[in-house]
Write a protein that binds this ligand. Sequence first.
Ligand SMILES: [Zn+2]
Length: 392
Amino acid sequence: MNEVDSQAAGGHKSPLGESETGAALRTRPRSDCPVCGGPGQSSHRDLVDQVWGAPGRWNMARCVDRACDLRWLDPMPIAEDIGMAYRNYSTHAVRAPSPDPPGGSLFERMKRAHLARLWGYPRKQPDRLADMLSPLLVFMPQQRARLAASVAHLRAEGRGRLLDVGCGAGDTLVRLRELGWHTQGVDLDPRAVEVARTRGFRVALGSLAAQNYPLDHFSAIILSHTIEHIHEPRALIRECFRILAPGGRLAIETPNAAAWCHVLFGSRWRGLEPPRHLQIFTLGSLGRVIRDAGFDLEYLATSAKAAAFFASASMTIAAAGDRGTPTQDRWGSATAALGAVAAASEVLLLALVPDVGEELVLVGRKPVAVYEAPIPVEDAQIAPMLAPESAA
Ligand SMILES: [Zn+2]
């Protein structure tokens, strides 16, 4: 990242001369959809980073094929300079993980009963009252969505080697280790990797591709708010496919471009996060990338579990005004209240319109049958041709 840092220190304009943004990050035009290769049309212009203050003004394109509907930055920061967008960004702060206390409130016990019943995670002791009451969670879709996310959308069966790509300081690794997974991670942020290692995890520093993990190595891979940051998402998913064992699962969470708060807040939507979010997926575009890599699609839906966060953060960005940062919120406590209203409307709407949740959730499975393919034609033809000669 040294060459990137020296570039930024100069603060000069793009040496490629291709940026219309005036950004200190060098960019390249990206006119074709990174997922389907189709043309794009303008979606947002002159976006600024109101979350972490990275330099530049950014334009976002939208795939004209509405079955795909991907959004992406055009022009896009080049990979060599993207580190500049993460200068103030922090994934290394340790959030205290919340392991389930033994006993706990009745509601906590109901949640553990739900995880045992639906996701197969055993409890230390039976709890008949919680077992009886846990089906009531059917009336709490937000809680159910959060519980699914707490186990990374992975059932307990087949627990084995799990890789968290973009693991940050390892909060998810802690939680999943407690659930019986053998967890390890990979991340680009050296400070985050250091923190995760001090917590006892095997964590690699760098990109996934650079690790060259063995073929068929992992039982599960999770990409939680990672794929939108990656320059070549199709290559990332192909690499996940290669290193997953047959029958292994890939679980993804990422912002949804068709989200209700994107409709409500437009260019102030928190999910845009330029220039770190290079592309933002939809149900159609994410499903396509996964199927094209060879995965069987087991689950694909949107979730409103983070609607309150997206709504209040979008509201704060809107209140901060044109080039302000969220600390310059002019509306004060009204933002939190309005955010809560927006989030509540999304939860209600999601029951009627299934694609409006703030996040996409996907689980793909590497087929077992991929290794039961017939012998390639050329090999099959060699055998009978050799047979008469060896007999002669
Ligand atoms: Zn497309």
